[in-house]
Design a protein around this ligand. Structure first.
Ligand SMILES: C[S@@+](CC[C@H](N)C(=O)[O-])C[C@H]1O[C@@H](n2cnc3c(N)ncnc32)[C@H](O)[C@@H]1O
Length: 287
């Protein structure tokens, strides 16, 4: 067994119920081994003999909820990268921002609000911050703020720290790297950190998108909600997306991941680019 812990059917059922009611992520029977392996390190670290003991602790004795957060960190998939699906950032700069500015004066009459929902360790949020900063340089008076939210506290710690391996920014042109990142002096561990001037444009918050009533600091003009809904059942996807729509300004733009086309969902959105949708509550065309 190599000390590897297996879950009983009862434990799996309990864990599945907790995950589906909390984060809301879909747990199929095929995910059992994945869960066992991801939670193995927690069991080892806390010196529990098996899953039964670990889950008993989490559900009955974890009074401050700390271990629940660790458990959520372990079960969420946080894979992300800078300028992932870069064509969408081009679309943002070339189409979305000029349209919002022309139609509503967004960014000029008031700051543009952007939201990276399910931001993981922050790469998407900072890619947005770089794009909007570059746009602001060319359009005098353009102002913006960016919110990054995630359910994983561990991932958000990474986002706030904003330290990344140097190779993770290789997709970014050198002059932009120099403008927005500091390089560590340690040439063995080769790390970069987002400069404070760019970090100050962003703020991060823990937010469970499966929570029926979450509070947003304001309506969002641009929402990046990419590579998150794939982890949810279709009915839950619609629920999550409806709530996101309620948090958007009329005419706001929603960016989805490449495998997340919204089809027959009866949402007040219409497709306007490659996995990009526009929120129009009054519109007849609905995805
Ligand atoms: C694969 S990452 C996507 C990161 C980024 N959006 C991107 O496309 O590169 C999915 C993120 O969704 C987050 N997530 C999963 N369930 C969530 C929930 N119920 N509420 C908020 N975030 C959630 C995970 O913690 C994870 O960081």
């Amino acid at each position: 067994m190599n000390g590897f812990h297996r879950m009983s059917d009862r434990d799996f059922k309990k864990l599945k119920e907790f995950i589906e009611a909390g984060p809301g992520i879909k747990i199929s029977a095929g995910k059992r081994t994945m869960l066992e392996s991801r939670l193995h390190s927690r069991i080892k670290k806390l010196n529990f003999k098996n899953f039964r003991e670990y889950l008993k602790f989490v559900f009955e004795y974890d009074t401050d909820g700390r271990e629940r957060f660790k458990m959520i960190d372990a079960i969420t998939t946080n894979k992300t990268e800078f300028f992932r699906e870069s064509y969408q950032f081009r679309f943002l700069l070339e189409t979305v921002l000029p349209v919002l500015m022309a139609e509503y004066g967004t960014g000029i009459k008031r700051p543009l609000n952007a939201w990276s929902a399910g931001c993981s360790t922050g790469e998407e949020t900072y890619s947005l911050a770089i794009s909007l900063s570059e746009f602001a340089e060319k359009h005098s008076g353009f102002r913006f703020s960016i919110l990054g939210t995630d359910i994983s506290v561990g991932a958000l710690h990474g986002a706030v720290r904003a330290v990344y391996p140097e190779e993770s920014i290789s997709i970014i042109p050198l002059h932009i790297q120099k403008k927005y990142f500091l390089k560590s002096k340690d040439r063995i561990n080769r790390l970069v950190r987002v400069k404070p001037s760019l970090r100050s444009k962003t703020f991060f918050k823990v937010l469970n998108l499966n929570n029926r009533h979450y509070n947003m600091p304001g309506k969002m003009d641009v929402v990046f909600f990419r590579n998150v809904v794939i982890y949810f059942r279709r009915s839950k996807q619609i629920e999550l997306l409806s709530r996101i729509c309620n948090s958007m300004t009329d005419g706001g733009y929603l960016f989805m991941g490449h495998a997340e086309a919204l089809i027959n969902m009866k949402l007040p959105l219409h497709r306007t680019g490659l996995n990009v949708y526009r929120y129009s509550p009054e519109e007849q065309r609905r995805v």
